[in-house]
Design a protein. Structure first.
Ligand code: XMP
Length: 518
């Protein structure tokens, strides 16, 4: 197999830099993101076929603001500057950038003033197209060797090209969906201009990842992989099993806080169907015992985290000697984010990842997914033949249902919640909406309300339905579920789940809310 081609994305701190990587990968070209001040070192190791300079929040009119390392322009590979990256490219190569009186933010229109390889087969001279802009400054003079290929109402230069040196710039953001032709323009850059083959696929990744795992673990090494019932750990386990077979042992710590049927599904699939050695620790008694009477959300999370490590240690001993521990680390956990530098460090919630590496454990890590985004992990899961019900599953928090029962929890409340949650998810699936929603779940409220059923008075608990859209869980919008569906779900929950007599719908976005209630 030929060596994979790479594009290097140089990050100036834009909130959407990761989207550039996703769009480029969708073109079948692998790419990595590096902070702007580490770009040249990365060039030495990665030998990219092209470089993309991202957007960023700073202003080039500020002398202290970040610049691209000038050596990037002398590599002889194509460079595409986006927004701030475009302005940096222009200013650093002899053009001029000025603070604009007006900010251009949101949907805008560009006039294509000339044809250029970036637009091939997508935009033609004389056409007008919709793009998404987010800039304050503008380029007022192009550097020598460049020509203008697009302008907008507010900016004389919305795109420019120097074909001889293969340097390009766009003021708008081709990586966001609000620039409808953006993916095609990035495709032109990667395939036509940088001449990448575009042969990076999940089939190829699977093959290379299996080879990498084999060479890391060696002919006799043994690996332990914590399973959580979620997508990442399941995909990692299946991939590692493909690489080293029975030398993988999975450990499944069941804290009794999973959704209905989930624990059994994990055991049936991995031990039963795939025949992967599995240590299943049913530790629900221990967890629920420790959580009894605990009402503070942070205390709940910390208790669950600590207990998880304790049980995992025991299970690990039962799994036998192993020098490697698998982790489902993903690419967004690995990227050194420029936008997060100097950012707020206040803890909103202490996240606990089931299957995460407890501190002080003496293991070497196997992290076969560390190059992938979440949706790529799902694709890999499909490639590996994992069932759709698992691969398409909504994210589920490490502390599980404990943070979906505000206040003190017990087994009875968890059972009530599980039943309501299963009805909700079943109705969403039946309505064909499950896959359009990032996360949906029921929260059992610590509130009792009066109702009437038949001729009798009821005094039972209320619950809240939550459904949100999101791309990474960092921000979220509530999902506008149709009213008739909400009505059907409420009727079914109240009729079928003893203990709930009122259903509400949570219409809070994040921020200011969070997705989970605790
Ligand atoms: P919040 O509630 O902070 O959640 O808006 C954002 C996303 O993170 C998930 N979440 C967790 N995931 N361990 C996890 O692995 C945790 O402790 C945890 N807490 C929240 C949440 O479900 C949502 O997808």
């Amino acid at each position: 197999m030929t060596t994979p081609e790479r594009i290097l994305i140089v990050d100036f701190g834009s909130q959407v830099t990761q989207l550039i990587a996703r769009r480029v990968r969708e073109q079948g070209v692998y790419c990595d993101i590096v902070p702007y001040d580490k770009a040249v070192q990365a060039v030495d190791t990665e030998r990219p076929k092209a470089v993309i300079l991202s957007g960023g929040p700073a202003s080039l009119t500020d002398a202290e603001s970040p610049r691209a390392d000038p050596r990037l322009f002398a590599l002889g590979v194509p460079v595409l500057g986006i927004c701030y990256g475009f302005q940096a490219l222009c200013q650093q190569l002899g053009g001029e950038v000025e603070g604009a009186g007006e900010r251009e933010f949101g949907r805008a229109t560009v006039d294509v003033v000339d044809d250029c390889p970036l637009f091939d087969g997508v935009w033609r001279k004389g056409e007008r197209h919709t793009v998404w802009m987010s800039h304050g400054d503008k380029v007022t003079r192009l550097p020598p060797g460049f020509r203008s290929v697009a302008r907008s109402d507010n900016a004389p230069f919305a795109a420019c090209a120097d074909e001889r040196r293969r340097l390009y710039g766009v003021l708008f953001h081709p990586e966001v969906v609000h620039t409808p032709d953006g993916a095609a323009l990035l495709g032109n850059f990667a395939r036509r201009i940088a001449q990448c083959r575009g042969d990076w696929s999940m089939a190829r990744f699977r093959h290379e990842a299996v080879e990498r795992i084999r060479s890391q673990v060696g002919p006799n090494g043994r690996v332990i992989c914590g399973l959580s019932g979620g997508v990442d750990s399941s995909v990692a386990a299946k991939l590692i099993h493909e690489a080293i077979g029975e030398r993988l042992t999975c450990v499944f710590v069941d804290h009794g806080l999973l959704r209905q049927g989930e624990a059994q599904e994990v055991v049936d699939l991995f031990r039963g169907h795939y025949n992967i050695p599995l240590v299943h620790k049913d530790a629900s008694e221990l967890f629920l015992g420790k959580l009894a009477g605990v009402t503070d959300p942070e205390q709940k999370r910390k208790l669950i985290g600590a207990t998880f490590i304790e049980v995992f240690e025991q299970a690990k001993r039962e799994a036998g000697a192993a020098e490697f521990l698998a982790q489902g680390t993903l690419y967004p956990d690995v990227i050194e984010s420029v936008s997060a530098r100097g950012g707020p460090s206040v803890t909103i919630k202490s996240h606990h990842n089931v299957g995460g590496l407890p501190e002080g454990m003496n293991f070497k890590l196997v992290e076969p997914l560390r190059e992938l985004f979440k949706d790529e992990v799902r694709e890999l899961g499909r490639e590996l033949g994992l069932p759709h019900s698992l691969v398409g599953r909504h994210p589920f928090p490490g502390p599980g249902l404990a943070i979906r029962v505000p206040g003190a929890i017990d087994r009875a409340k968890l059972d009530v919640l599980r039943k309501a949650d299963a009805i909700y998810l079943e109705e969403l699936r039946n309505a064909g909406l499950y896959d359009a929603i990032w996360q949906a779940f029921v929260v059992l409220l610590p509130v009792r309300t009066v109702g009437v059923m038949g001729d009798a008075r009821t005094y039972d608990q209320a619950c809240a339905l939550r459904a949100v859209t999101s791309t990474d869980g960092m921000t979220a919008d509530f999902y506008p579920l149709p009213h008739d569906l909400l009505g059907r779900i409420a009727t079914r929950i109240i009729n079928e789940v003893k203990g709930i007599n009122r259903v509400t719908y949570d219409i809070t976005s994040k921020p200011p809310g969070t997705i989970e209630w605790e």
